[in-house]
Design a protein around this ligand. Structure first.
Ligand code: SAH
Ligand code: SF4
Length: 361
């Protein structure tokens, strides 16, 4: 008979095992969480790494059906933070001993944009004496662009696959060449080939998504040999096409719990990767990210975007920390991580051990 103890003793987890782990509740859920916590302690210790998140622009050429800043949403005031403010935020991260930052924004691939990112990378490297690690998350680009940015100082890249199931992918994206599933896979492959630490992830609790889809997502991360994962609950936004399917959604709290299950399963499946506690967890539960840290995540991304623009970067509704300055967020994070019995590691890039093992072959 299948039970959680038997599954957790297995050397290799298959799809059925993962479906069972994702669905277990009550006592079995506690056993699962204790186990994933143990794996985390054994493999990567109590350390939690900070990535200062700068959401620098909500101008986007894409029309993802779930996202509040999609191109066709005319109710959004568009912003593009000036370079000097981005550099100030990076300096703040450096001065406060954050090991690294994430530059995230809407997707653009025009020359002006490519050039701008390139310049910012070089300037951030300079202002931090080459010390600050830089992760980029600005969507799909050509291999040439990825390489150029890598050479200018970016060493990690986040590009969620959103769903590894092609059919589901096209239920949440327009089916056109600007939103091609194959191109997204191509991008992930190029990023790995160039040498980036490559991060991906999915949204959890999407309309039409099944537990089997989620189990397959986990196997996809493993198969793709991914170095880091950020996954969070899908949160509906009223000005998006996917909002019309909200009657298909499970309650937010169930999406939250399912995300914790996904994190626990992933920690057991891929013991040495970096797993981020997504901000969207906090939109549902004020200590959602700490709960994720407690059961296996090891990266947290405090928002250090200048406060004026924060409220305009509404990928989903009820986005947390949109009215606090970076300092306030900073002190609350340290306390919260202690609550999860973990310890913030300052001044370290916090690369995943998996990345080094993968590169060594
Ligand atoms: N434009 C870039 C980065 C910004 S979007 C990109 O798309 O890769 C960053 C992430 O926000 C997306 O990958 C998506 O998973 C998440 N996101 C967007 N809308 C969301 C929503 N309604 N609920 C939860 N997460 C959402
Ligand atoms: Fe643009 Fe990213 Fe939102 Fe898609 S998810 S619309 S690419 S910002």
């Amino acid at each position: 008979m299948m039970n959680i103890q038997n599954i957790l003793q297995k050397e290799k987890l298959n799809k059925e095992d993962l479906i069972y782990m994702l669905s277990c509740r009550g006592e079995e859920e506690k056993i699962l969480y204790n186990f994933s916590k143990g794996v985390r302690e054994e493999e990567i210790g109590q350390s939690v790494y900070l990535r200062g998140l700068i959401e620098f622009s909500n101008i986007c050429k894409k029309d993802c059906l779930y996202c509040g800043i999609r191109k066709s949403n005319s109710d959004v005031k568009r912003f593009n933070i000036e370079d000097k403010h981005i550099l100030n935020a990076a300096k703040f991260a450096y001065d406060n001993k954050y090991g690294s930052i994430v530059l995230q924004g809407g997707e653009r691939d025009d020359n002006e944009f490519i050039e701008r990112i390139d310049n910012l990378l070089k300037k951030i490297k300079k202002l931090s004496n080459n010390k600050l690690g830089i992760t980029l998350s600005v969507g799909e680009q050509s291999k040439e662009t990825y390489k150029r940015w890598y050479d200018s100082g970016a060493h990690r890249y986040l590009l969620r696959i959103e769903s590894s199931d092609r059919d589901l992918y096209y239920k949440i994206h327009p089916n056109d060449e600007n939103h091609s599933f194959e191109n997204r896979l191509r991008c992930l492959k190029d990023l790995q080939d160039i040498g980036y630490q490559t991060g991906t992830g999915v949204m959890i609790g999407l309309p039409h998504q099944t537990i089997e889809n989620l189990a397959n997502d986990l196997l996809f991360f493993k198969e793709f040999n991914i170095d880091m994962v950020g996954m969070g609950p899908y949160i509906e936004h009223k000005d998006t096409p996917l909002y019309s399917e909200r009657n298909l959604l499970m309650p937010q709290i169930d999406r939250f719990n399912l995300t914790l299950h996904m994190i626990a399963c992933l920690r057991i499946l891929m013991k040495d990767i970096n797993i981020a506690a997504a901000t969207a967890l906090q939109a549902i539960d004020p200590i959602g990210r700490e709960k994720a840290i407690n059961i296996g995540a090891n990266v947290i991304m405090p928002n250090i975007t200048p406060t004026d623009e924060r409220a305009l970067y509404q990928l989903y509704q009820n986005k947390p920390c949109t009215d606090e300055g970076a300092d306030e967020c900073y002190s609350c994070i340290e306390q919260r991580i202690k609550m999860a019995h973990c310890e913030v590691k300052y001044e370290e890039w916090g690369d995943s051990p998996h990345y080094y093992r993968r590169r060594k072959g």
